[in-house]
Structures are given as structure tokens and as C-alpha cells.
Design a protein around this ligand. Structure first.
Ligand code: S3P
Length: 167
């Protein structure tokens, strides 16, 4: 089966891709899929366990396969893990698709995610790590996005409406 997602959601972890993705899918009457969920189901272990067992490069290889499969199979709303856009081939595949970047500023990110052992990239010093992550990734998100929707100070319902307005 070859398909293309109606909308791909990108953005940092904790920005609300899953919540907004589900709401968007409901509003548009289409399916919702999340590549992190695909990875956990395929690997039968958590993302944090994959990071600990095999390290980040191995996780990225697993993620790349999952993302490319979902992009080819899914025709509804597709949420990608926050780091999926680090891969150049993935960014090339996203060109020409409808990609919504859900953004938030660093203080909002720290407030929402805190010190979170389930999120291996933030486990040591969340504020510093957020700053570095966002500096490294913001231009990648912006480079592939066809719409940017800020989530700062907005409820998931408001973000969903803003995303619909931006489509
Ligand atoms: C990551 C984001 C996470 C998950 C992994 C790495 C990242 O996904 O894929 O912990 O590099 O930003 P979410 O954005 O769905 O939390």
C-alpha cells in the first residue's frame, strides 16, 4: 500500500503532538498514528530502554525505518518523534508534504516536561539540554514546516484550531 499522510506533525517532545494529533484526527475524521508508538510496539520495549540498551545512534536507525514505513503507509495524521527530523533522508521525504511544526519556547518546555527520566535526552539538566536541543533543531523544524503553530499558553483545543486554520 502506498499512501501519504494528510498532515505530519513535528516539534519537540512534550509539545503536545500526540494530544493535538488525536484531536486533529477526530476533527478531520481520519486516523492517527505516532511513530514512537510504532517503535515501542515493534521493539516490545520503551524508548528509554532502547536508549539505555543500545544508545542513541541505534535508536535513530530504528526510528528512521519506522518513520519511513509510516510515511509510506499512513494517510491520516502522523506524529513524528521530536528527533526524527535530524535525519537528512527523512527531511527530504517530508519535502512536498503538509508538515505542521508545533513550537514552544524553552521555559514552556521546561515547565511541561520537567526532570523526566522517561525522556532520556532531558534526564540530567533539563533547562540547559532544552536550550541546546532547540538551538540545534529549530532551523530543521522551520526548514521543513509548511505551517508553524505556537503552543505557548494555549490549550490543546486552541492549538488544534490554530493548526486547522493554518492548513
Ligand atoms: C526524542 C523525542 C521522543 C522520542 C525520543 C527522542 C527526541 O519523542 O522519540 O525520546 O530526540 O526529541 P516525542 O517527541 O514523541 O516525545
Amino acid at each position: 500500500m502506498s499512501a501519504a499522510p494528510l498532515v505530519v506533525l513535528v516539534g519537540p517532545m512534550g509539545v503536545g503532538k500526540s494530544t493535538v494529533g488525536r484531536l486533529l484526527a477526530e476533527r478531520l475524521g481520519v486516523g492517527y498514528r505516532d511513530t514512537d508508538d510504532d517503535i515501542v510496539a515493534e521493539q516490545d520495549r520503551s524508548i528509554a530502554e532502547i536508549f539505555v540498551d543500545e544508545g542513541e545512534p541505534a535508536f535513530r536507525a530504528i526510528e528512521k525505518r519506522a518513520v519511513h514505513r509510516a510515511l509510506a503507509e499512513h494517510d491520516g495524521i502522523l506524529a513524528l518523534g521530536g528527533g526524527a527530523i535530524l535525519d537528512e533522508d527523512t527531511r527530504a521525504l517530508l519535502a512536498g508534504q503538509r508538515v505542521v511544526y508545533l513550537s514552544m519556547d524553552v521555559e514552556e518546555a521546561v515547565k511541561r516536561t520537567g526532570l523526566n527520566a522517561a525522556r532520556p535526552l532531558l534526564a540530567v539538566n533539563p533547562r540547559k539540554q532544552w536550550r541546546e536541543l532547540m538551538e540545534a533543531r529549530r532551523h530543521l523544524y522551520e526548514g521543513i514546516a509548511t505551517a508553524v503553530v505556537s503552543t505557548d499558553g494555549r490549550t490543546p483545543e486552541e492549538v488544534t484550531q490554530a493548526a486547522l486554520d493554518a492548513l
